[in-house]
Write a protein that binds this ligand. Structure first.
Ligand code: ADP
Ligand code: MG
Length: 313
């Protein structure tokens, strides 16, 4: 067994210039190891490069340089084996409207060279809840059903690694639940390594053991979900004092700085309450004219991570 399910080194992708748009460097030298058996989240805002990365893994986009090993197989050296190890549910709904779900699964299995005797179309239809619709044309399926069919197609060759690109973007709660149940089951019961991309922090938090944050074509952090959330826990309170304040509030777990006339206090929301912070302000003899609080959002995390990386020795 390979050390990592996916091993990526110095991966770069520049999309060539098109009429009306300049060349775009979508991945700027990504290094990434995705552990076997994990549920791994690629998190980042729109345009970060997540789909580009996924589509290179899937063999749908040609990388500019770097190496990609899937289940130990170098994409360039063993293209067939590396392709067989991975199943991808793409972000786009790219289904042939004239295929029924059963036919779509059979054709996909054929493409992957799965012998007829080893095909599992019935079991997959059952799992994705499309047994009733097995013989309906894809164009008659609802958006949710099409997404489920895409999941089914990703599974026909029983890959060791399943990749889901924004599986829940614009999806209703019921379908989201169903997707998550399936994904958890595949991970726990078959030990399948799951890689998903999302721009929903909460989703990554609930599903993933480990997370890599991608921004502007770079991995800016990779850590276990719990460690990362620790960093995300930062809150801040911005206080506008009534008059000049000579002293600054202080206390355990408080980071205090002046920003113009305001005082900004940063603290960990899970360890310190807003009440504690206000208490420290009062103890410093500061009268409050105005106050507002800010939760760290993804944007802040990116800023914090990129600036701390820059400041590190
Ligand atoms: P994400 O999935 O994180 O939203 P993408 O990988 O889709 O990000 O896009 C990364 C960057 O590459 C974006 O700036 C996007 O506009 C650009 N891009 C993506 N696909 C293409 C393409 N086929 N041609 C040119 N630019 C592209
Ligand atoms: Mg995308």
């Amino acid at each position: 067994m390979p050390a990592a399910a996916i091993e990526i080194r110095r991966l770069r992708k520049t999309y060539a210039a098109q009429k009306g748009s300049a060349a775009k460097e979508a991945l700027k030298g990504v290094d990434l190891d995705i552990p076997q058996g994990s549920v791994f989240g690629l998190l980042g805002p729109n345009g970060a490069g997540k789909s580009t990365l996924i589509n290179i893994l899937a063999g749908l986009v040609v990388k500019t340089s770097g190496t990609v090993k899937i289940w130990g197989f170098d994409q360039d050296v063993n293209p067939r084996q590396s392709r067989a190890a991975i199943g991808v549910m793409p972000q786009e709904l790219n289904l042939d409207p004239f295929f029924t779900p059963r036919a779509a699964l059979e054709v996909q299995a054929g493409l992957y060279g799965v012998p007829k005797s080893q095909r599992q179309s019935d079991a997959i239809l059952e799992m994705i809840g499309l047994t009733d619709k097995a013989n309906a044309y894809a164009r008659t399926l609802s958006g949710g059903m099409r997404r489920r069919l895409l999941l089914g197609k990703a599974l026909v060759h029983s890959p060791q690694i399943l990749v889901l690109d924004e599986p829940t973007a614009g999806v209703d709660i019921e379908l989201r639940q169903m997707l998550w149940d399936n994904v958890r089951k595949l991970n726990r019961e078959r030990g399948m390594t799951i890689i998903l991309t999302t721009h929903y922090l909460e989703e990554a938090e609930q599903m993933c053991d480990e997370i890599a944050i991608v921004n502007h074509g770079e991995v800016v952090a990779q850590d276990s979900t719990s460690n990362l959330l620790g960093r995300l826990d930062a809150k801040s309170m911005v206080i506008l004092p009534d008059g000049e304040s000579a002293t600054l509030p202080e206390g355990p777990g408080l980071e205090v700085e002046r920003r113009g006339a305001a005082i900004v206090i940063t603290y960990n929301g899970s360890q310190t309450s807003a009440q504690d912070v206000l208490e420290a302000v009062r103890t410093a003899g500061i009268r409050i004219r105005d106050v507002k609080t800010q939760e760290a959002d993804l944007e802040d995390v990116f800023l914090a991570l990129t600036s701390s990386a820059a400041a590190a020795p």
